[in-house]
Design a protein around this ligand. Structure first.
Ligand code: GLA
Length: 691
């Protein structure tokens, strides 16, 4: 076969693959640009009785078969029980910003299409794979990953991923991968709170320096990220749907497309975060609200929990309005027999005892105040004490001989049954049709168990089919109600990833709203996820446990999409005035936070205090947040920081609440901004305006 080279050119990088004379599609390069005609398809002769030539070959998408023993991206069983794949180049489709490489396993008539979407405006390449069954037989897919990445240079990489938990999401760890495979995954049904579906691999990197290769998966079901350094020293990452308890029967004539992977190469973590942030706003988030600033919302969960009624919610709404909130969200407790967390889930009808005059009394009241109204649902769940469970006990995932284990007293609905999916859509649709609901917080509070699905020919498809059902319902709701904003929540940050962000406008990052903990959580989130998607509430949780001022709490929440979750009925007039001030201030620079460039200047771990800076794209405005930790060492009270991202050649007026100075951008970036942090848990907001 004639050799061929494909060069994908992004803003600053080349991604190159080639077809060798045996028809294999090999990875050639990912990184900085060279002359396109420098790239060549190299021959590989290295082999001995223990290492075939394949051990030294960089496949673009490794399939299981022959003498290939490393982690593979694809594995299947053909109709004749053959589990050995050989995919060779068949064809390529090229268009502006698009490349599709078609591979085929000829005797079985199965194609794999490797898709690449890219542009010269960014260094992010979107990848996905489609498997097409052109044969007359059913194909059993056993592993089907979205992309394989081969990194240049045989020195080991440092790998970042969170090792979090409920209430401790995004606490990021770094591991030097010299040997073996590092796996990040979820087997819980959702992405979960522990690992994130991404790979960040770097060399001698910090915020500003060092090679950083990264890839994020757009899928929040069971996922798997495998990063392996082989005996040759090559590091490869494979990202996709987890192959744990997974297989898929692809019938004759059918095709299946993998979730997307967004990957990029850059220099320093700061550029990585900003590149992904901008890309997500332009290309990943649902179009209806992607480029619009998100409203300041009030959520009543921490104030009233399950004990809701129209009068008390309206009282909260009045104060929420007074302090400047634009959206009022009533959380859990409004439906069915929902008096605590023992019952009600599944019955998405208004509880008439709590709302004897109907829910419109509240919605109209909120609308009259000039705010939009939002509501909480947990659509994938059911509880024993519900009409739904009584009518359809078989609508949950279950096995006849196993007790269905409950978590938070609830069970997971089998969304792979079309009638269950339809029921869920209908319940939400009815509420939206009848009432002026403009926002839904979609929650998901427990992982799966006893995953029996008598309706499916192959039960191992449930993980994928459930996730697809969630996305499908969300998309249908958005299509029917274009004004509807969706928030993805899963006991806090269990769905804070790009799969959710392709269908939901924002995510709830963590149930931990302690502002001091939250700084670490937000720091981790900001690495690869867009700032505007990060809902951040000011709450009262820390009033007794670890007292922190209202100023500090606002300071932290203003670093994302500002929201309020405090019990406003307990607010003093001074608290209300203060809140008003901060909400107004936030609105004055909200676009800088939600769409600007973002810099992590300091953090608790390394520096003992946080400093994060946001700069508008036109560099006319910048906001800097400072938060000190609980220490107040005498020698660490005077700090100075170099600011970033300003225009060096213009003057800025800096206001930090105590003083106003006018100096050049160059001064603030090269000399310093000096600050005194002489009390524990101090916070400051510093604003710079171009003169
Ligand atoms: C989960 C969410 C919370 C809240 C409660 C309601 O824990 O993460 O924000 O909505 O459920 O039960």
């Amino acid at each position: 076969m004639e050799t061929r080279i494909f060069v994908i050119e992004t803003k600053n990088t080349h991604y190159v693959l080639g077809v060798d004379k045996n028809g294999r599609v090999n990875h050639i390069h990912w990184g900085g640009k060279a002359d396109a005609d420098d790239y060549e398809v190299t021959e590989n002769w290295e082999q001995n009785s223990n290492h075939s030539e394949l051990d030294y070959t960089n496949f673009e998408y490794t399939v299981f078969g022959g003498t290939m023993y490393r982690n593979c991206a694809f594995k299947c069983e053909y109709f004749d029980k053959c589990r050995d794949s050989v995919f060779a180049f068949k064809d390529a489709r090229e268009a502006e910003g698009e490349l599709d490489i078609i591979l085929t396993d000829e005797p079985y008539n199965i194609d794999l299409v490797l898709s690449y979407r890219y542009s010269k405006d960014t260094d992010i390449i979107t990848r996905y794979v489609t498997v097409k069954n052109n044969s007359e037989h059913t194909l059993k897919i056993e592993k089907f990953m979205s992309a394989e990445l081969t990194l240049p240079d045989s020195a080991p990489y440092e790998v970042k991923n969170p090792n979090g938990a409920w209430g401790s999401e995004f606490l990021t760890e770094t591991t030097l991968l010299k040997n073996g495979t590092l796996t990040f995954e979820s087997r819980k049904g959702t992405a979960g709170h522990t690992n994130s579906p991404y790979a960040i691999m770097s060399k001698n990197a910090d915020e500003e320096h060092g090679d950083v290769f990264f890839a994020a998966l757009g899928y929040g079901g069971n996922f798997k990220v495998e990063i392996q350094r082989d005996f040759v020293g090559i590091t490869r990452a494979i990202l996709g749907i987890s192959d744990f308890d997974f297989s898929y029967l692809l019938k004759s004539g059918e095709s299946l497309t993998s979730p997307k992977v967004y990957m990029g190469y850059t220099y320093g973590f700061e550029k990585m975060s900003n590149m992904m942030n901008d890309f997500a706003v332009k290309n990943i988030l649902p179009k209806s609200f992607a480029d619009k600033p998100l409203p300041v919302l009030y959520n009543s969960w921490e104030a009233t929990e399950f004990n809701v009624n129209a009068q008390q919610q309206l009282k909260l709404a009045k104060i929420a309005k007074e302090i400047g909130c634009e959206l009022f969200v009533m959380d859990d407790g409004w439906f069915g027999r929902r008096y605590n967390d023992w019952g009600g889930l599944g019955d998405w009808v208004v509880n008439e005892e709590k709302f004897p005059n109907g829910i419109d009394e509240l919605i109209d009241g909120v609308n009259e105040l000039g705010m939009n109204f939002g509501l909480w649902f947990e659509p994938e769940m059911v509880q024993d004490d519900s009409d739904l469970f009584k009518a359809h006990p078989d609508w949950i995932y279950h096995y006849p001989n196993r007790e269905a284990m409950k978590l938070r007293h609830q069970l997971v609905l089998n969304l792979t049954k079309p009638e269950v999916k339809e029921y869920v859509f209908d319940c939400m649709d009815k509420m939206l049709e009848k009432h002026n609901i403009r926002y839904i917080k979609w929650d998901m509070n427990r992982p799966f168990s006893e995953i029996g699905t008598e309706n499916l020919e192959n039960g191992q498809e449930l993980w994928l089919r459930h996730t697809q059902a969630v996305y499908e319902i969300a998309d249908r709701l958005k299509e029917k109600y274009p004004y509807l904003q969706l928030e993805a929540c899963s006991s806090g940050g269990g769905r804070a990833e790009y799969g959710a962000m392709e269908h939901f406008d924002m995510v709830w990052t963590s149930d931990n709203t302690d502002p001091v903990d939250r700084l670490d959580i937000q720091h981790g989130f900001s690495l690869l996820y867009p700032i505007k998607c990060m809902r951040a509430w000011v709450t009262d949780t820390n009033l007794t446990r670890r007292p922190v001022t209202l100023d500090f709490r606002f300071n932290v929440s203003m670093q994302g999409s500002l929201s309020i979750g405090s019990n406003l009925l307990n607010f003093s007039q001074e608290d209300i005035e203060k809140s008003k001030h901060y909400v107004e201030l936030y609105k004055s620079f909200r676009e800088v936070i939600q769409f600007g460039d973002f810099y992590r200047l300091r953090n608790f771990d390394e520096d003992g205090y946080y400093a994060t800076q946001y700069v508008s794209k036109d560099k006319s405005k910048s906001v800097l947040f400072i938060d000190s930790n609980a220490n107040s060492f005498f020698n660490k009270q005077f700090r100075s920081i170099h600011l970033k991202g300003l225009d060096p050649n213009v003057k800025y007026k800096l206001t930090d609440g105590e003083r106003t100075v006018v100096k050049s951008g160059a001064y603030f970036m090269n000399k310093e901004y000096a600050i005194r942090l002489d009390r524990p848990l101090m916070s400051k907001i510093i604003i710079l305006d171009r003169k």
